[in-house]
Ligand binder design. Structure first.
Ligand code: HEC
Length: 180
């Protein structure tokens, strides 16, 4: 009987220690070091090249005959559930629907800059994690195929929106900053 009590007490101690460790982990999210940020920036550089390779493939392979299949394929690459890689814009009709409307302050600020052809970056905390975020401006003049899928990307549209550089939105990348 006594033996059981000791066992119980030991189990309690372990439980409290685990709870304390978890709780500590939750509050211990001080801003990342310069080295940790640099690592995330380097990861984002690689990711940006990888995603651009996929986008260039998409632009090059689109023909009037495969537009609908191409749209479906690119929607799978930029799946709504993936918050680390996103395309955003505000020109109706958005091919990505409501999901591609800027979803927070950084995206709102980034889209405004992207429509002037400017990039944006930040390091910020979401919940318990720090992230390096980057926005890359996208232009309709990158490739002639854009308008095959985005029927709204027309010269008239850009005249109306007074956007002669034809900046249309942004590619958003988000890289978790490693903790060690
Ligand atoms: C094969 C068809 C296709 C081509 C070609 C294409 N796009 Fe898209 N684009 C899409 C689809 C589909 C989405 C929505 C993806 C998603 O589900 O998030 C999208 C989303 C976007 C968005 C976010 C706003 C929105 O409408 O959802 C921007 C900005 C964008 N594309 C820019 C471009 C530019 C610039 C080009 C040419 C250089 C281009 N696209 C070429 C299919 C295409």
């Amino acid at each position: 009987m006594r033996h059981l009590k000791i066992k119980r007490a030991a189990a309690m101690v372990v439980l409290v220690a685990v709870a304390a460790f978890v709780a500590f982990g939750h509050v211990d999210n001080a801003p990342p070091t310069e080295q940790q940020k640099e690592f995330a920036v380097q990861t984002a550089d690689l990711l940006q090249k990888e995603v651009f390779a996929a986008l260039l493939q998409e632009f090059g392979e689109t023909t009037p005959e495969n537009v609908e299949q191409g749209k479906q394929a690119i929607s799978l690459v930029f799946h709504d559930a993936n918050r680390d890689m996103r395309l955003i814009g505000n020109a109706a009709p958005l091919l990505g629907g409501n999901n591609n409307i800027p979803a927070d302050e950084f995206e709102q600020e980034s889209l405004a800059l992207a429509l002037q052809g400017k990039p944006n970056t930040t390091v910020e905390r979401h919940g318990n994690r720090w992230y390096y975020r980057r926005s890359i401006a996208l232009s309709n003049s990158f490739h002639t195929s854009c308008a095959l899928c985005h029927s709204n990307f027309t010269p008239q549209f850009f005249q109306e929106t007074n956007n002669p550089g034809q900046w249309v939105g942004a590619l958003m990348l988000r890289v978790p900053v490693k903790e060690n």
